[in-house]
Each structure stands twice: as structure tokens, then as C-alpha cells.
Design a protein. Structure first.
Length: 251
């Protein structure tokens, strides 16, 4: 009995030491991956990296991690600019709270690179940020009528409320005219399209009015090559989901 008791105690102690060593190792790996990701993506702050699954050391021995979660609070994505609308295309667009789950992360022998078999994630583009793609100086819609988009906000039921300010025959309308718009993903673009035309008080050709209300914002250069998947209007901005395969996490 005494020998059995000693064996149990030794087993518990060794198990505890293994858990401690495993957690120390995973913490070191998370910090190292976060630093490399910050450098590779040119981030202003260090991202959050969390390696899931236990034990970590056996995953390392197999050369592949089950899941790695990456969180980037503020990410500036490249953009090839806006099309439609009247805005001046921004060179960058800020994406907030980008969180991505990387699965099946294989890494090289010297840990200089890591590639995820698949990745999914979520993020938000604020209405103020998206407005840059639409807003500019007032544009002439037709003779005697100028207009511009001056605001974007949550319209409820998955719609964006687009506010258009207009001047008709030299008289500025007392308040912006609102119209509900749908938002969708077309390739690497977020597209905003009015469900109906705003009433500016005069008869106007639809294609001329849509030059103001409708616009697209292209988004390039998301981390690791992930791509836009879906988009949904929400309270504070446009919520997007992203996905990808063979995603380059490090290296």
C-alpha cells in the first residue's frame, strides 16, 4: 500500500509538472506568434493569439495545431478604392475587432512559417469609415440639382439608412432625405445599393440618382489572404464575416 501511495503521488506530481510545462510552452508560442504577426502585417499594436487544445506539446510533436484564434482590434486593410458614389477612394479602410479562427495550422520545422488549412472570422466596418467611400463635395445630378451622401446608420432589419443632402434650384432642402439600402458582398467589394430612390422634390432619372446613393468599397490585403464572405448591417456598422483556405498565419 505504501508503494502504491508513493506511485500515485509521483504520478500526480509529474502530471502537474507536465501541465505547468505545457502551459508555459503555449504561452511562449502565443507571444512569439503575436510578435511575428505584428511584424508581418505591419500592425500598430500586438494582436491577441490564443492556441487552443490540450496538450500543446503533443500537437507540436505532430507538427500541426488544432486551432489558433487571432484577434486584431484595429486593422487597416488596403483598398483599390470606391466605385460608384461620389467619394474620394481612401487608400486604407479601418476594420475593427477582427477575430479569426485558424484550424489545422501546420508549421515548419524551425517555426518560421505557419499555414492554416481553413479560417473563418468576423469583423466590423463602422458607418463613419464606410461613409468615406460615398461622401464628397456635392455633385450635380442634373441641371439645378446637386446632392451628396452625408450620413450612414442602422436602418433596422439588416438595412442601412442612407442620408442624402440636396440643393434644388438654388434652395437647399431643409433636412437630409433618407433612403433604406441593402448591403452585400460582391467578390472583394462591399456594395451598398438603395432599395428605392430618395424623393428630392423633382423628377430625376434613376441612373443619375444612383450615382449618389449607390457605391462599392473594395477591400484588399486582409491578414493571411482571407477574403470577404458575408456582410450584414448592424447597430454600429457593417458586420462582415471572412473565410479562407491555406491561410498564411506566420512567415
Amino acid at each position: 500500500m505504501r508503494a502504491l501511495r508513493i506511485l500515485l503521488i509521483v504520478t500526480v506530481v509529474l502530471g502537474g509538472l507536465f501541465v505547468i510545462a505545457d502551459r508555459v510552452a503555449v504561452g511562449f508560442a502565443e507571444d512569439e506568434a503575436a510578435d511575428r504577426l505584428k511584424t508581418n502585417e505591419g500592425l500598430a499594436s500586438t494582436p491577441d493569439v490564443s492556441i487552443k487544445g490540450f496538450p500543446f506539446l503533443t500537437q507540436v510533436a505532430g507538427g500541426e495545431l488544432d486551432e489558433v484564434e487571432v484577434g486584431i482590434k484595429d486593422y487597416e486593410a488596403d483598398t483599390s478604392g470606391a466605385t460608384g458614389g461620389t467619394g474620394t477612394a481612401p487608400a486604407k479602410i479601418r476594420i475593427d475587432n477582427l477575430t479569426a479562427q485558424m484550424r489545422g495550422v501546420a508549421f515548419s520545422g524551425n517555426y518560421s512559417s505557419a499555414t492554416a488549412a481553413t479560417a473563418t472570422g468576423t469583423a466590423t466596418i463602422t458607418y463613419a469609415e464606410l461613409l468615406k467611400a460615398a461622401k464628397s463635395e456635392p455633385v450635380q445630378v442634373t441641371d439645378g440639382v446637386t446632392a451628396q451622401v452625408v450620413g450612414l446608420s442602422d436602418g433596422g432589419n439588416g438595412k442601412i439608412k442612407v442620408q442624402v443632402e440636396a440643393t434644388v434650384l438654388g434652395t437647399k432642402l431643409p433636412e437630409p432625405v433618407s433612403v433604406l439600402s441593402s448591403v452585400s458582398v460582391k467578390g472583394d467589394k462591399v456594395e451598398v445599393q438603395a432599395d428605392s430612390l430618395p424623393n428630392l422634390g423633382v423628377q430625376l432619372a434613376e441612373d443619375r440618382v444612383r450615382l449618389i446613393t449607390d457605391f462599392q468599397q473594395q477591400i484588399d490585403g486582409l491578414p493571411g489572404g482571407i477574403k470577404l464572405d458575408k456582410v450584414q448591417a448592424a447597430e454600429k456598422g457593417v458586420d462582415i464575416t471572412v473565410k479562407g483556405s491555406d491561410v498564411n498565419l506566420v512567415g
